[in-house]
Design a binder for this molecule. Structure first.
Ligand SMILES: Cc1cc2nc3c(=O)[nH]c(=O)nc-3n(C[C@H](O)[C@H](O)[C@H](O)COP(=O)(O)OP(=O)(O)OC[C@H]3O[C@@H](n4cnc5c(N)ncnc54)[C@H](O)[C@@H]3O)c2cc1C
Length: 305
């Protein structure tokens, strides 16, 4: 079995940046992902706030990042890591698919997944008429009506994208729109967008076919029914770190606690990106974490000799 200096779990912006910095520090790097490299940006229509790039399609940025890792000959493999076992100074990564890897250090960069509403009707239509990815599933709503739930940056950005192709987009959010003011103004100015702020979603409607949702105003208690052909949920994120609970590095919310060097309290285990306990989950902050984690790992490995 090849013994890597560092194994990076998750090939999103954090993991790929860590891989680039680690390879440039002459480490033997393994980058693992259960899916194609890129992380969440693969399904993001436009990134408009990554320094120096203006507006770039998320998938295009993901490809550029991955190509950068390959120019540096980073080993990439598919694998869903379900456990990390410490054997002295070596860590063994166990994958759901049956294979395992060994490395002196590990960087966990597994990101987050979308939160669900948990209301009646949601399970029935998940994967058919309810989605978390406008880029993947938006095209089927060309000239149809869609609902977007949530009012944060993701919800507003994706609603703008959907409004460019759907006949009508209705945002239903429990609070007001809290996204970046420029994006909110752009959305509010779109003629085919309706916005219901301070509405609690009660249920998704439809027997065999999706028909919309029912929601209740938290201000007036008025109930509304919004008819639509599909819905996209953007109501927040949940950490993807359950597999690492046994290491004792998660906080109460399930995110990984690190110090400012991206070190966890488990020796030889580092973390970076959205999975860490932090205030701002963006591509640029994920990349920054990845760079710091790689630099810290390089020092850790130097001290092992
Ligand atoms: C709809 C949407 C729009 C966004 N728009 C913007 C924007 O405009 N600008 C911006 O800066 N940010 C934006 N973001 C946020 C940005 O995408 C994230 O902050 C960034 O992707 C975080 O990078 P990451 O590497 O930490 O995690 P992720 O991108 O989530 O990558 C984590 C990777 O880990 C893999 N993984 C997870 N668990 C395992 C496991 N057990 N084993 C192996 N692999 C695993 C996943 O498959 C994934 O590829 C947006 C997010 C969303 C959802």
């Amino acid at each position: 079995m090849i013994q890597y200096d560092v194994a990076i779990i998750g090939a999103g912006p954090a993991g790929m940046t860590a891989a680039i910095y680690a390879a440039r520090a002459n480490l033997n790097v393994l980058l693992l992902d259960k899916l194609a490299p890129g992380g969440q940006i693969v399904n993001t229509f436009e990134i408009q706030n990554y320094t120096g790039l203006g507006t770039i399609n998320g998938a295009e940025l993901a490809i550029k990042m991955f190509e950068h890792t390959q120019e540096l000959e980073v080993a990439f493999d598919y694998g869903t890591v379900i456990d990390i076992q410490a054997e002295g100074n070596l860590k063994k990564l166990i994958c759901e698919e049956g294979h395992s890897y060994e490395a002196k250090a590990v960087i966990i960069a597994t990101g987050t997944k979308p939160r669900t509403l948990g209301v009646p009707g949601e399970d029935k239509f998940t994967g058919t008429s309810i989605s978390w990815c406008a880029i993947c599933d938006g095209a089927q709503y060309r000239d149809k009506k869609v609902i977007v739930t949530g009012g944060g940056n993701c919800a507003v950005e994706e609603a703008i994208y959907l409004a460019g192709l759907a006949e009508e987009v209705t945002i239903v959010t429990l609070f007001n729109l809290t996204a970046d003011p420029v994006a909110c103004s752009k959305l509010r100015a779109m003629s085919n967008v309706r916005i219901y702020e301070f509405y609690d979603i009660l249920e998704f409607l439809g027997e065999d076919k999706f028909d919309g949702l029912r929601a209740k105003s938290t201000v007036t208690s008025e109930e509304i029914t919004v008819h639509a052909d599909g819905a996209f949920e953007y109501i927040g994120l949940e950490p993807k770190a359950e597999a690492f609970r046994g290491l004792g590095i998660l906080n109460e919310q399930g995110y990984i606690e690190t110090d400012s060097y991206m070190a966890t309290k488990a020796s030889g285990i580092y973390s970076a990106g959205d999975i860490t306990s932090k205030h701002m989950r963006q591509v640029i902050t994920a990349c920054s974490d990845g760079a710091i984690a790689a630099q810290t790992v390089a020092k850790y490995i130097e001290n092992l000799h």
